[in-house]
Design a protein around this ligand. Structure first.
Ligand code: SF4
Ligand code: SF4
Length: 202
């Protein structure tokens, strides 16, 4: 899929077609996403997201186990938080039941992707179509990267710190990752993140 570096302005307008919330999409979840979704659903621990089969682990870069949304399989693959509604115009639209605050960062940012280099301490942002035929990519709506980064400042920071923990965990067994993803919903997220950073000497 074609990727374009973004400096500031980019053109995009989601039409809520729902394509990127169904099919063979792999939606990666970060540590704070797990926490906020579990809190939203009234769970006492993020572990319930796994036992309820809403989230599963897949092995990604450098052998790290990463959580992804476990799409429902029938009648077709779709995200468990996708809601389809037929409007008065008879068009079927897809909405996210976690919108706007509790959906994963990657969904909030789409079609913007983040490329972070922890070694160099640099990052860049790219425009990448969520699906091959995403109709939002041809909608002429002006968006600003600086506005998005300001709105998502805390979540972007949490994600970078999550990446730093993953880097430290390279080569560890799956059990260690399962432990990492077990958060207590009654304890503030940042406190748990700081405890993990101490444990991994970051
Ligand atoms: S495929 Fe594009 S237009 Fe459709 S819901 Fe996803 S981001 Fe929006
Ligand atoms: S969490 Fe929401 S935006 Fe993300 S894939 Fe699921 S329904 Fe779509």
């Amino acid at each position: 899929m074609k990727q374009i570096n973004i400096d500031e302005y980019y053109s995009f307008g989601c039409t809520c077609c729902g394509d990127c919330c169904s099919g063979n999409m792999k939606i990666h979840i970060n540590l704070f996403d797990l926490f906020k979704i579990a809190v939203r659903l009234g769970f006492s621990s993020t572990g319930t997201l796994f036992s309820a089969n809403l989230i599963k682990l897949v092995q990604g870069q450098n052998g790290a186990w990463i959580p992804i949304i476990n799409f429902k399989k029938k009648p077709f693959p779709f995200c468990p938080w996708l809601i389809n509604e037929q409007g008065d115009d008879d068009v079927l639209r897809g909405f996210c039941s976690l919108h706007p605050h509790d959906k994963p960062l990657v969904c909030k940012m789409a079609p913007v992707g983040r490329v972070a280099d922890l070694t160099e301490g640099t990052e860049s942002y790219i425009l990448t179509a969520p699906t091959e035929n995403c109709p939002g990519m041809v909608v002429c709506e002006e968006n600003r990267l600086s506005v998005m980064k300001k709105e998502l400042r805390q979540e972007l920071d949490f994600e970078l710190r999550f990446f730093a923990i993953l880097e430290k965990m390279e080569g560890m067994p799956q059990e260690s990752y399962k432990k990492l993803y077990l958060l207590d919903c009654a304890v503030p997220f940042e406190k748990q993140l700081k405890d993990l950073e101490s444990a991994y000497e970051i």
